[in-house]
Write a protein that binds this ligand. Structure first.
Ligand code: ADP
Ligand code: MG
Length: 701
């Protein structure tokens, strides 16, 4: 009810009208009064500040000057005609230029009067001028400019053409915020507001557009940032707690023969402490009668897949089936092979389903799944096709989930009567703040310990000029029986160019490492998948010593004998990608190396990425640096999918606020999971309100 005024269509705002309303919808997704008021300025210009003519430089987006007009002349003809006036203050002179309405302006200009001039200086013909400035007689100034902090709104070319430049937005925003019917319902409870000493929502929204001073702008910002972070957390935590109350999951009370046999007979090494801890956490979840939703984070090679396999055995011991989904076919194949191998001696059927599975085999798999004779299915996206139906799917393991859309994760729910337990694995460590925001409704387990036989990869940075030395090093490694990856970046702009870089590199490698002494494999995205697999297999079997590749080998492929990773043009890779690539080596017992090759010149950011990688192998530390360098929007494809609805808050800069918001949300939901208490009504109403508009947000997990 209370939200009705804000729900009014933007068509009905004075000064908008149907045509411009359409444009607002199309260009900036403003449909209602509420949307408009949620369209925040991206900066403010402080009109209480004055500049001097001699101060003007290209760093200043806007200047405000005070001085006399000492001349005004019409110049040019026809379309080229313009009015050029010269403003003088104590420090110098600057031209003011108008191209439109020039006669009218000229007639208004007075001599020997102080003017306040405001505009954007541009540099032209060796000097500055100000085109189309705002100009006001100084004695009238205070009346004309009532705000000291003027909002600036971003706009599009099309909007600007219809009068919606920053000024146009300011005007309609003024109309809206001064409408006597405007009533902005409070969406936080009194408890929360009092606890943090926040200003009201109405005050905040008005001041974010028209701040009465810096102090109020700051308060408005804090209030609105808090709100953004708080409602994300509230929704996630509420979701999680309600689910844990309401959603039943399959109960696996038994640790049975499969698990025990595997643990005692098949496992040739001791589990790490971290693996044991995580298995305990999972065991608790799947024994609780609630549905598990757990995110398993751990660096490449930390033994996540093993943990996942043991979890699947828990399901099997209790009469359930299990499946495991990988982001690529190569990975699915590899999982299938290693799982089959690890389970040798156990009577468990494991099959592989991918896009290239033959029809007859598909039919066999479908039948096995429906009858229950097939216990473990490993595959790609193909697993979530409509035709794939399990008799009793108990657990789904998802590897490298960031490659699967959120919607797909939700899709898996439909496969059985109760939702299966879900274990999401990722080797891309996610910084805590981001994990909270993206996966705040999942439980998180971390394997923060590598198996004891692992030696950290030694990482070095070389410039292209040291290539010969690097080749010498490669030769030594090969002589001692090791294999080498050489990776080239993929830069999507032009596949052809990428391929050329790769082929050039390949040729120079083949020249430096000629047959018959050496054999070099090459794998890239343009190869048919059968050829790709063939080359991969040659390398895996040790028939070739060097694998030249694009980033197709990025995720998961396990080749313990490869101990050297050379990354060409390393300055072009992102930090987490470099970390992933480096994780391809260091899987066997030998000392491994990662060599980052770059050109002589690099951007500061690239240098930081390289330095970070040379300094540490700790995936979480690397992820933190990455988040800081790139900003949260760019991580894990969240920007494209718009998953994090944050306009003002930034999970890096506002980490503290995020933590406060989360703690508060937790406290509230623990006391009142459905938000039925009267004091929490504003919270419940607002969640309903945003649920109406953000359907995709509601579908997560
Ligand atoms: P991840 O999936 O985290 O990359 P994997 O489960 O594939 O890691 O394990 C990587 C390699 O380490 C595998 O060959 C696996 O058998 C081995 N491994 C896993 N756990 C241990 C352990 N506790 N001790 C020794 N080796 C282990
Ligand atoms: Mg793995």
């Amino acid at each position: 009810m209370a939200y009705r005024f804000l729900d009014t269509s933007i068509n009905y705002l004075k000064g908008v009208g149907p045509k411009r309303a359409d444009l607002l919808k199309k260009e900036v997704d403003i449909r209602t009064f509420g949307d408009l008021i949620g369209y925040y300025p991206f900066r403010y210009i402080d009109r209480s500040k004055f500049h001097e003519v001699s101060d003007i430089n290209s760093d200043l987006a806007f200047v405000q000057l005070r001085g006399e007009i000492i001349s005004a002349q019409m110049l040019g003809h026809g379309r080229g005609s313009r009015l050029v006036a010269v403003l003088r203050d104590e420090t110098g002179e600057i031209e003011l230029v108008w191209f439109k309405g020039i006669q009218w302006i000229k007639n208004k200009l007075k001599a020997k009067v102080d003017y306040i001039v405001f505009g954007k200086p541009t540099y032209f013909n060796g000097k500055y001028n100000i085109p189309h400035p705002e100009i006001e007689i100084a004695t009238e100034y205070n009346l004309a400019v009532s705000e000291t902090l003027q909002p600036y709104y971003s706009s599009s070319e099309k909007l600007k053409a219809k009068g919606f430049n920053s000024k146009g937005f300011t005007k309609v925003m003024k109309t809206l915020t001064s409408d006597p019917r405007l009533q902005i319902p409070e969406n936080l409870s009194k408890d929360v507001i009092d606890h943090f000493g926040l200003i009201s929502r109405e005050e905040a929204l008005i001041n974010i557009h028209f701040p009465i001073n810096q102090e109020m702008l700051r308060k408005a910002n804090t209030r609105l940032k808090f709100e953004e972070l708080f409602f994300i957390q509230l929704r996630l935590i509420k979701h999680k707690i309600i689910r844990s109350i309401e959603v039943k999951g399959y109960k696996f009370p038994l640790i049975g023969d499969y698990f025990n046999h595997f643990y005692h007979q098949n496992l040739s090494f001791e589990l790490t402490g971290a693996q044991k801890k995580v298995i305990k956490e999972i065991r608790y979840d799947v024994g609780s009668g609630k549905q598990m939703n757990r995110l398993l984070q751990g660096d490449v090679g930390s033994g996540k897949t093993l943990v996942a396999l043991m979890t699947m055995l828990m399901a099997l011991d209790n009469g359930f089936q299990a499946c495991m989904m990988a982001p690529t076919e190569i990975l699915a194949i590899q999982h299938h092979e290693s799982v089959s191998q690890m389970l040798s001696g156990l009577d468990i059927s494991v099959e592989l389903l991918t896009g290239s599975t033959k029809t007859s085999q598909r039919k066999f798999i479908h039948d096995g799944l429906e009858s229950g004779s097939l216990k473990i299915l490993i595959g790609t996206h193909a697993l979530i096709e409509e035709k794939v139906r399990f008799k009793n799917l108990g657990i789904v393991v998802i590897d490298e989930q960031h490659r699967f859309g959120v919607a797909q994760r939700a899709n898996l729910w439909k496969k059985s009567t109760l939702p299966p337990h879900i274990l999401v694995m990722t080797a891309t460590p996610i910084p805590r703040t981001l994990a909270m925001t993206l996966f705040g409704d999942l439980d998180v387990s971390v394997i923060d310990e590598l198996p004891p036989d692992r030696k950290p990869v030694k990482t070095y940075h070389y410039k292209d000029s040291s290539r010969l030395r690097v080749f010498g090093f490669i030769k030594k490694q090969i002589e001692s029986g090791q294999q080498v990856f050489i990776v080239y970046p993929l830069i999507n702009e032009s596949e052809k160019l990428d391929l050329k870089d790769l082929m050039d590199g390949y040729e120079s490698i083949v020249r430096a490492f000629p047959l018959p002494k050496y054999a070099v494999s090459i794998v890239h995205g343009q190869l048919k998948s059968a050829d790709k697999d063939f080359e991969m297999q040659r390398f895996i079997k040790g028939e070739t010593e060097i694998m030249v590749a694009t980033t197709v080998i990025e995720v998961g492929v396990d080749i313990p004998n490869a101990s050297v990773m050379i990354i060409e043009n390393a300055e072009r890779f992102g930090l987490s990608q470099l970390h992933q690539l480096r994780g391809r080596v260091g899987r066997g017992a030998d000392q491994s190396y990662c060599i980052l090759m770059t050109g002589d010149k690099m951007t500061i950011e690239a240098q930081k990425r390289i330095d970070t990688l040379v300094r540490t192998t700790d995936g979480f530390e690397i992820a933190e640096v990455d988040l800081r360098l790139r900003g949260p929007g760019d991580i894990q494809g969240t920007q494209q999918s718009g998953i994090i609805p944050l306009k003002l808050a930034d999970i890096v800069r506002d980490e503290k606020l995020l933590k406060y918001a989360r703690d508060m949300a937790l406290k509230i939901v623990e006391e009142d999971p459905s938000l039925r208490l009267n004091k929490n009504k504003p919270l419940a109403d607002y969640l309903d309100e945003i649920d109406k508009f953000q359907t995709n947000w509601g579908k997560i997990s």
